[in-house]
Design a protein around this ligand. Sequence first.
Ligand SMILES: Nc1nc2c(ncn2[C@@H]2O[C@H](COP(=O)(O)OP(=O)(O)OP(=O)(O)O)[C@@H](O)[C@H]2O)c(=O)[nH]1
Ligand SMILES: [Zn+2]
Length: 392
Amino acid sequence: MPSNHPPPPSAAPVPSGTGEPDPLLLRHGWDDHWQSTWQTSRQSLPEATGTASPDSGTGPPQPGRVVRTDRGRCDVLTAAGLLHAEVPPALAVDPATAPATGDWTAVSGAGGATARLLAVLPRRNALRRSAVTGSSLGQVLAANVDEVLITVPLDVPLRLARVERLLAIAWASGARPVVVLTKADVVDDPGLELAEVGAAAPGARVRAVSTASGAGLAVLAAELTGTAVLVGPSGAGKSSLANALLGREALAVGAVRAVDGRGRHTSVRRELLPLPGGGALIDTPGLRAVGLPETADGVRRAFADVEELAAACRFGDCGHVGEPGCAVLAAIVDGVLPTRRLDGYRKLLREEARAAARTDQRLRAEQRRHRRSTTREHRRSRREREQERGDG
Ligand SMILES: Nc1nc2c(ncn2[C@@H]2O[C@H](COP(=O)(O)OP(=O)(O)OP(=O)(O)O)[C@@H](O)[C@H]2O)c(=O)[nH]1
Ligand SMILES: [Zn+2]
């Protein structure tokens, strides 16, 4: 676990992957897992053999965590400080493999030299949204996260369908979802909302906080130990919450705000910052329309209560539309399961099926393209061979 102590002013670089872990890296989520991943990964890096020429300005590879990405470049925090590294085009082309905030990487370069990203270490998990174009896997919003903080503002009516969608995406990431009801000061007692949201978030923690009154902040902060990422609609209070949790690190967050094309203030850059009590926090730009990626069992986990009921239906393939012995419809009649929730479940399952079909389509298209280019390749080499024979 990251230590509570601030790093010494001049943290020494990790001595080629051995020895004491660097305190600065520890504060940003470095642990035994990354230590051993690094030991394994660095052996396959060309620079690790020491063949890089000293005047190429690269230097030995060192581990670092991506704290921000920016078209073709990314800011990587290393034991030697922050490096503004160039991303090789081979990694950048696919949004699924391009480095994302939270990724652990191997970088070379120090001091004034141009830093280069050498590799992205295998991800433990990733929070994705559905692919907009190109990639079959979807865009990675944040990598190597332990907790997804889903912010739900209490100053506007609850939108449970949106909470459920974000829960499905969070569960699919492999991280633990935590629903954070924000602006709790605008309601007399958030008990009702806590219960309502709790019923829509089986298996997830639900907390109420207010950055205005400070309520709930200490409890939430104490529960965050690994890397947490903030998601939620614009205006949900993500930045305010990030500032409150980060304390004196907040200034760094303030610096990344800007006005967008419509004159609204929005967070324009992703940032990863250490939390004062240990752990790290990633603040993503407002996720307004979040497409559901292929969530593996994300939807099923977000609707674990419905799944459990369905297991008790008489027929294994029950569609819950009027079959005899349907436990799901019985629960609705009994008032245990809201109709809204069953509808939401079906809607997300359909959406997920469509996302999967799109992926299949893309993969088939990729295969077709590949086959076509190989056929062309074959034809050309045959022509060349025939020509050579003709010439000889
Ligand atoms: N009453 C009250 N208002 C709050 C609280 N937290 C945030 N707000 C207000 O809610 C508005 C939005 O807060 P932000 O923190 O900017 O929201 P955001 O989610 O970061 O928004 P984007 O950057 O657009 O994604 C601001 O006007 C805040 O002052 C709170 O605890 N109580
Ligand atoms: Zn049924």
